[in-house]
Design a protein around this ligand. Structure first.
Ligand code: IMP
Length: 429
């Protein structure tokens, strides 16, 4: 199978939406394998902009799209999204969309718990408050409701009771009233007939696709530095975001996830709390944010901005399993006289060539930069290397050298066609 897995290689918001849409064009099936509606992908096609959260990007092009078992699914949010994109002209039918029957459901009580925790915490994570963490906790705690449970609402009361036995203790601890079991049952019973037509088996869909020789695109959400194991813990999301999760989160062999493309932004951003060594809290940071329109798709929060951190990406290329990168938003750097890249860190005379695991050290290490000459010309919309200024090419080549991975795609505007292809990821490693 000539498949491709796409993951974010920084802290998310690298512009995955556009690259995934570009690749979806060449795929026959698109699969989400982790995260939930904490993700936000913006896809621009001509004069239309689609904002997707739970739906795999394949829906924009009418490709068969699977929400895999590794995703946590807020069914109300899914129905809202389906209604929204349907109104914008997309066709979301059970022929297009399949929801893994063994995917875990995100419930209103998860959203509430997420918010209660964030409000009560002295040290906040800065979550999207979509209930993602609490839903994954229930999954691992073996008390979650799954999509398949909606097929047989008669079994729901017992499952809800088991779930609430856990949640009501927590809610009491936060000084909140118990969750209303009857209201939850009623709400779930109401949406069940709208969700169940989409239920199917992710692993069987993928097995059939493999046998038919179809090209599959595995679409990651968030990014490696937000990975529950490999990210800046505890300031991370609650799922594995590395490429390996594409297999577990959809039900395929790890050998079938294909070429792994890491999406890398030409500078660095982060939403939410947590360490960010190259963060710029000055005019340059503001300028990057304004030029890059760095506001969260899901929560509208202003993103923190900073120079490109080659230490981090060198590390995520390894932990994420990245074969090649798609470099995005190069045009945001147009007009900067000098551009900096962090090549290593220092603390009290000690040199670090990686991000230390200790959160305390992560917060204190200082980036050491090398400076490159910028370019005054516009790179926006460039579709070939020949259209790029020499200094922009030098910058890209230096990034490749420092991170130990090559650029397969270069994106120069949100438009699908403004992409320089160096190596088609579907053509293999
Ligand atoms: P949660 O995933 O809502 O639990 O949030 C945990 C952390 O991940 C927070 O710092 C969020 O801002 C961040 N996060 C979650 N989803 C995304 C995303 O799609 N892009 C960027 N950051 C995200």
């Amino acid at each position: 199978m000539a498949n491709v897995t796409v993951i974010g290689a920084q802290w998310g918001d690298e512009g995955k939406g556009k690259i995934i849409d570009w690749l979806a064009n060449r795929a026959e099936m698109v699969v989400r394998f982790q995260g939930g509606n904490n993700a936000g992908h913006t896809i621009v096609v001509g004069d239309k902009t689609y904002k997707l959260s739970l739906l795999p990007s394949g829906v924009v092009q009418g490709k068969r799209s699977i929400i895999g078992n590794g995703v946590v699914v807020d069914p109300w949010s899914l129905l809202d999204e389906i209604a929204r994109v349907s109104a914008a002209g997309l066709k979301i039918t059970p022929e297009i969309l399949v929801l893994a029957e063994n995917a875990v459901l995100v419930l209103p009580l998860h959203r509430e718990l997420d918010a209660m925790r964030e409000e009560a915490a002295a040290q906040k994570i800065g979550t999207t408050k979509r209930g993602i963490g609490p839903a994954y906790e229930d999954k691992v705690g073996r008390r979650a409701l799954r999509a398949i449970d909606l097929m047989d609402p008669a079994t729901l009361p017992g499952k809800i009771e088991r779930l609430l036995a856990h949640h009501n203790v927590l809610r009491r601890g936060f000084g909140h009233p118990h969750a209303d079991a009857d209201a939850l049952l009623k709400a779930l019973s109401e949406i069940a007939p709208k969700i169940t037509p989409f239920l199917g088996s992710s692993w069987r869909e993928l097995d059939a696709a493999k046998r038919a020789g179809k090209r599959v695109l595995f679409e990651g959400a968030q990014a490696v530095l937000l990975d529950i194991d490999h990210g800046t813990y505890p300031f991370v999301t609650s799922s594995n975001t590395v490429a390996g999760q594409a297999a577990a989160g959809s039900g395929v062999s790890p050998r079938d996830i294909g070429t792994v493309l890491g999406i890398v932004k030409s500078y660095t951003t982060r939403v939410g709390e947590g360490p960010f060594p190259t963060e710029l809290k000055d005019d340059t940071g503001e300028r990057l944010g304004a030029r890059g329109n760095e506001f969260g798709t899901v929560t509208g929060r202003k993103r923190r901005c900073g120079w490109f951190d080659a230490v981090l990406v060198r590390q995520t290329v390894i932990t994420g399993g990245v074969d090649g990168i798609a470099l995005t938003k190069l045009d945001v750097l147009d007009g900067f006289e000098t551009i900096k890249i962090a090549t290593h860190y220092e603390l009290e005379g000690k040199k670090f060539d990686h991000l230390p695991a200790d959160a305390n050290l992560q917060a204190r290490i200082k980036p050491v930069y090398e400076s490159l000459e910028g370019w005054s010309e516009s790179t926006r919309g460039a579709r070939s290397w020949a259209q790029l200024p020499a200094n922009a090419i030098k910058y890209v080549r230096r990034i490749e050298e420092l991170i130990g991975a090559q650029v397969a795609l270069l994106s120069t505007s949100p438009d699908r066609d403004d992409t320089i292809t160096v190596k088609d990821p579907f053509v293999g490693r």
